[in-house]
Design a protein around this ligand. Structure first.
Ligand SMILES: *[C@@H]1O[C@H](CO)[C@@H](O)[C@H](O)[C@H]1NC(C)=O
Ligand SMILES: *[C@@H]1O[C@H](CO)[C@@H](O)[C@H](O)[C@H]1NC(C)=O
Ligand SMILES: *[C@@H]1O[C@H](CO)[C@@H](O)[C@H](O)[C@H]1NC(C)=O
Ligand SMILES: *[C@@H]1O[C@H](CO)[C@@H](O)[C@H](O)[C@H]1NC(C)=O
Ligand SMILES: *[C@@H]1O[C@H](CO)[C@@H](O)[C@H](O)[C@H]1NC(C)=O
Length: 666
């Protein structure tokens, strides 16, 4: 190999991981393999010198741990915690073998007879997805030397979960992607069962560190460090796992398989030479079943000290996966803050956890008291895991990063499939990434975040159709004439007639999207909105709609819901009505933005106060998808004050080759 010399300078256990990846789907690199090994060496030395390897009695792990040491420690842990359970299809990582829909979605018998045309159509045009096979969580998103990087949990072998590596792609604009060779594969004993989720931290000198979870085997999760093999390579093609791995073992008090997904590190406000990072876990003491985020302090990313207590814990919420913790600007002055921005005037902190129990991403906004290693939610009733969600549909394991290029915080979420595993295997792929969304504090309500597709998505808009001013009578449907609507961006603002609102004194107290009849459940002031991915006779359609009701105290409540129940004739897909109330302030019109991209519908209500993502698999509406306005309220007229629909270009993502790098750079 061209860079064999650089290997010789480092411990034998360190290799650039793509060397052994053998991914035949991705052409081997040409020019980027001749790395400057001097830089590699400097990085390694800096790591070794950086931290003062002082054993700290309070910490559980310091420096390198051998497999034998680990065995001893884990024997102890195992005797404390018998009955280990693995994470994987049995725990629903594939979401096919778990829960009530198991037999349905494993697709053993009687599944829908999907044709190749239908399956082919389901692939998206402008969302990120790997060229083939299984994907789950976004990992280590970061902006580095002019490129956005997205790593992701990836099975190179099949369209089902397993053999997890770090897939990798890079982009100039978060929309057009270059598919790169896998960044890391399970080639060490400590990640032999999978290179699991992790986060990137950008160091003050511009350097980059990844901290990720190694799944040593089905019962043991450890934290590991990887650095770019060549920090000068803007494409970050090669990664070097640190010889000190694993750098962090589960503390004795937690189950060794309940310890994963380290966050991006932030500078310790009380000690600028130290970093803090959080890791999610679970406390099953007594009947707590509590989700918890622990915080570790580190100076060199190699030795760690567990801070006393926990950043936060909530009874009854179960295992917290993919914890995220970041500051937001509450005065609206800045749309994104660096992860190390301190709490204080105008800065609050968001804590997010992905609940393994119900597979939703919950967040709350609160106050970070760093000196007490504590975060307190503004509203205890709406705590993490019980209150607000990033998205009310299919959206999980999300991660944000601070984009220093455009001074914004950007969110990626994993959007799984809602069809059968059999269909996934037939089509040869499973899962998408959500559209990247900017995340900011809602200065108008002061109580929630707002999520909005990054502005680059608008560059993909082509032909525009304007249907503004259309009025929809109660109980009617208006077709919107355009050639094809499988890839569209819709923006709509609705006005509800005020006489009907005033008259609707008893409107549906206690309305709930989930338990409602969706678009077919008629009330005084709803449902109304848009039907997308519909066939011309409406035998299939997905409804994104508002439903206005009153609460017990007489005030109006607005619900924003998505009804998937009539999205497909196929019976082997999950179809639900999802959604929640969305805040609407005095004088605001009801507004929604909907991104339709073949089998995904992502909606954002009231400027992004509420988001819903659906996966739908039409059998009639595919290839000739239509859009309709509908109003199924019994008494209110609805006017689409403005309604514009853009056709969306495809992004035609490239495989990595020198020429493709040129194309993406221009
Ligand atoms: C996982 O690895 C640990 C440490 O090497 C070992 O003690 C344990 O028995 C292993 N468990 C399984 C299921 O292989
Ligand atoms: C994992 O890799 C092994 C060895 O290549 C293969 O036999 C197995 O089918 C793979 N498992 C999955 C779930 O892809
Ligand atoms: C788990 O919860 C129990 C009961 O509240 C508490 O005593 C214990 O310290 C917690 N364990 C950890 C590791 O946080
Ligand atoms: C959480 O559960 C523990 C044990 O059941 C209990 O002692 C504690 O008060 C609970 N915490 C809250 C905030 O309810
Ligand atoms: C409106 O409600 C009726 C009655 O429930 C239902 O048959 C119809 O399908 C609904 N319209 C839409 C567009 O869902």
């Amino acid at each position: 190999m061209a860079d064999a010399t650089s290997y010789a300078l480092l411990p034998t256990s360190v290799r650039t991981t793509t060397e052994s990846s053998g991914d035949s789907s991705l052409p081997a690199s040409g020019g980027f393999f001749f790395l400057s090994f001097a830089v590699v060496l400097i990085t390694a030395v800096a790591f070794a010198l950086g931290g003062g390897f002082v054993k700290d009695a309070a910490s559980h792990v310091v420096g390198a741990i051998s497999e034998t040491d680990l065995d001893g420690e884990l024997q102890n842990l195992h005797s404390l915690h018998p009955d280990p359970v693995s994470r994987g299809p049995v725990l629903g990582v594939s979401e096919k073998a778990s829960g009530g829909s198991a037999s349905l979605l494993l697709g053993g018998h009687g599944g829908y007879p999907w044709t190749n045309d239908m399956l082919h159509w389901q692939r998206t045009g402008f969302h990120f997805q790997p060229p083939r096979n299984w994907m789950n969580d976004p990992n280590g998103p970061v902006f580095y030397k002019g490129w956005y990087h997205l790593f992701y949990q990836y099975n190179r072998d099949a369209a089902v979960w397993g053999n997890i590596t770090w897939g990798h792609a890079a982009s100039r604009d978060l929309v057009h992607w270059l598919h790169l060779p896998v960044a890391m594969v399970p080639d060490q004993w400590y990640d032999a069962n999978g290179v699991w989720t992790g986060s990137a931290t950008v160091l003050p000198d511009g350097g980059l560190v990844m901290v990720y979870t190694g799944s040593a085997n089905s019962t043991v999760q450890v934290q590991c460090v990887a650095v770019p093999a060549d920090p000068n390579d803007a494409l970050l093609l090669h990664w070097r796992k640190h010889p000190s791995n694993p750098v962090l073992l589960p503390p004795p008090s937690v189950l060794p398989h309940d310890f994963r997904d380290p966050t991006t590190a932030w500078v310790d406000p009380s000690d600028p030479s130290a970093y803090l990072l959080a890791i999610g876990s679970k406390n099953d003491t007594g009947d707590r079943h509590a989700g918890v985020a622990y915080v570790y302090s580190t100076r060199d990313f190699l030795s760690y000290r567990l801070l006393p207590g926990a950043l936060h814990t909530v009874n009854g919420t179960g295992m917290w996966e993919c914890v995220d913790f970041f500051p937001v600007s509450v005065d609206g002055a800045r749309i994104g803050l660096d992860t190390s921005e301190r709490a204080g005037d105008g800065v609050k902190h968001v804590l997010k956890a992905s609940l393994d129990d119900d597979r939703h991403d919950y967040y709350a906004i609160g106050t970070y008291v760093a000196e007490e290693n504590r975060w307190v939610p503004d509203d205890g009733e709406m705590d993490v895991g019980v209150g607000l969600r990033y998205d009310w549909g299919k959206f999980y394991a999300a991660k944000t990063f601070y984009d220093q290029n455009k001074k914004r915080r950007v969110l990626w979420g994993w959007v799984g499939e809602a069809d059968s595993e059999r269909a996934d295997v037939s089509k040869g792929w499973a899962s998408l990434m959500s559209i990247p969304r900017t995340v900011g504090f809602d200065t108008k309500t002061g109580r929630n975040l707002v999520f909005w597709p990054v502005e680059e998505v608008e560059f993909l808009r082509t032909t525009r159709y304007d249907f503004s001013g259309v009025t929809v009578e109660p109980g009617s449907i208006v077709p919107l004439s355009m050639p094809t609507a499988a890839q569209v961006d819709i923006e709509a603002q609705f006005e509800l007639d005020s006489a009907a609102v005033d008259a609707a004194v008893d409107a549906e107290i206690g309305y709930n999207c989930r338990t409602s009849d969706g678009a077919a459940g008629r009330g005084l002031l709803g449902p109304f909105g848009l039907l997308v991915l519909a066939d011309s006779v409406l035998s299939e359609r997905t409804a994104a709609y508002f439903y206005v009701s009153r609460s017990a105290d007489g005030t109006l409540r607005t619900h924003f819901c998505q009804d998937e129940t009539r999205s497909s004739h196929a019976s082997d897909t999950v179809k639900r009505v999802v959604g929640y109330t969305v805040p609407v302030l005095d004088g605001e019109t009801l507004s929604v933005r909907i991104l339709v991209d073949h089998s995904i519908v992502e909606s954002f209500a009231q400027g992004g106060r509420s988001a819903i993502t659906s996966r739908v698999y039409p059998t009639q509406a595919f290839n000739r998808a239509k859009v309709f306005l509908f109003n199924n309220a019994t008494s209110a007229h609805v006017k689409a004050k403005s309604l514009r629909i853009w056709e969306m270009d495809s992004t035609f993502n490239h495989y990595y080759r020198q020429e493709a790098v040129q194309i993406c750079s221009n």
